[in-house]
Design a binder for this molecule. Structure first.
Ligand code: KG4
Ligand code: ZN
Length: 369
């Protein structure tokens, strides 16, 4: 069963062709450079960039799928589309005007080539990303339900019980900022650019990921599995303000520019590492709580933040302590947003005949699991 999958929920325009769990072809165009100077995703720019690129991305994906060197738009699609069984598209959660672009394209192709659509929840995609295989079917790992899932991305921080294919129960989630979002905001205060996660990882490793300032670990005594990172970011902001001798009403960027040019790198690495440690330790504490609460020691982790090798090590150590197993996306492109994970999740929906009944469905920006 070949699925053409499309993902445009945030700042990656992506398409893939998958067969069961195998990725036969995959193309991702990241808009990061467009959004960098805004310190986050600028919605109307994202929409326009998706619109400008989507046809080309889909063409490239189909060319790779068929290994055809020269693509002939006239008739080329029709021939290739004969080998596509379904079209999958991200329905939400995400940015409404960005989701719209992928959905419109999926509907257009479905109508033209008479295909059924499978709508996929972006978070289902991140969950399945640890089970995505390359074109040769590696890694072979099989499903052994149930799993605990930790999703850590720029938009989401969730702990989910993964009971069986397409059977999820959200056990806890962030009440405000996601872990990646908090890292990005702290990074912005430090002048590290967007997205800041990779820079924070690099700086922290220079000081062996130590904690120098003891920022708060939010909600660790809440007795539940929810998160809240917005207060941590605020306390970080005020801490920096207190140490930079600036005025209360100054914008963070100006503080950062004036402050950091006059400070040494040591302080920067120590602050980055301490903030990262506060986020990661909170994730660890909650994940361990979930393991103890459910008795499930098989952990699946997905989302952009799990590109962080130090977080992987912490989670590996945690699971080892509980004599369990941990699964990460095997290939780096699968940690961030991509359409391959959407295609693989769609396959398990197709198995259960979960097709969109017609083409009248809409995007759901706040779709939950
Ligand atoms: O999953 P993703 O690509 O997009 C969403 O669905 O949100 O996640 C993006 C997030 C950003 O916040 C980015 O800073 C973070 O993942 N990230 C990292 C690393 N690489 C990306 N965070 C920590 N360490 C990294 N190496
Ligand atoms: Zn994502």
């Amino acid at each position: 069963m070949n699925i053409l999958a499309i993902e445009t929920s945030a700042d990656e325009t992506a398409a893939a062709v998958t067969n069961k769990r195998k990725v036969l072809s995959n193309v991702i165009y990241s808009q990061i450079l467009l959004h960098k100077k805004w310190g986050g995703i600028y919605p109307s720019l994202a929409k326009r960039a998706h619109e400008e690129r989507i046809d080309q991305i889909i063409d490239e994906t189909l060319i790779k799928f068929t290994k055809v060197e020269v693509f002939h738009p006239e008739g080329g699609h029709a021939r290739i589309m004969q080998n596509i069984d379904y079209i999958a598209v991200t329905q939400g959660p995400g940015l409404a005007i960005a989701l719209e672009v992928g959905i419109r394209k999926a509907k257009e192709l479905a109508e033209k080539y008479n295909k059924k659509i499978i709508t996929v929840n972006h978070l289902e995609g991140h969950i399945y990303s640890s089970f995505v295989q390359n074109s040769k079917g590696n890694p072979k790992r099989d499903f052994k339900f149930p799993y605990l899932v930790l999703i850590v991305s720029g938009g989401h921080t969730e702990i989910v019980l993964f009971k069986n294919h397409m059977e999820f129960e959200v056990l806890g989630e962030t009440l405000d900022d996601a872990a990646g979002e908090a890292l990005d905001k702290a990074g912005k205060i430090l002048g590290l650019g967007y997205p800041a996660g990779p820079a924070i990882e690099r700086l922290s490793s220079q000081v062996e990921n130590k904690d120098f300032y003891g920022f708060p670990r939010p909600m660790i005594k809440s007795g539940n599995l929810d998160f809240s990172f917005s207060g941590l970011k605020t306390s970080f902001y005020y801490f920096i303000q207190g140490h930079s001798g600036k005025r209360e009403d100054e914008k963070s960027e100006r503080i950062q520019n004036r402050f950091w040019t006059s400070q040494n790198d040591k302080k920067l690495t120590e602050l980055a590492s301490s903030f990262q440690e506060a986020i990661f330790e909170t994730l660890l504490i909650k994940t361990e709580f979930a393991i103890n609460k459910t008795g499930i020691n098989k952990l699946v982790v997905g989302g952009g933040v799990i590109a962080n090798l130090y977080l992987r090590k912490l989670l590996r150590d945690l699971v080892k302590k509980h004599k369990g197993e941990v699964y990460f996306p095997t290939y780096k492109y699968l940690t961030g947003d991509n359409a391959a994970m959407i295609g693989v999740a769609a396959y398990y929906k197709a198995q259960k005949k979960m097709f969109a009944p017609d083409l009248n469905f809409d995007r759901i920006p706040r779709l939950t699991l």
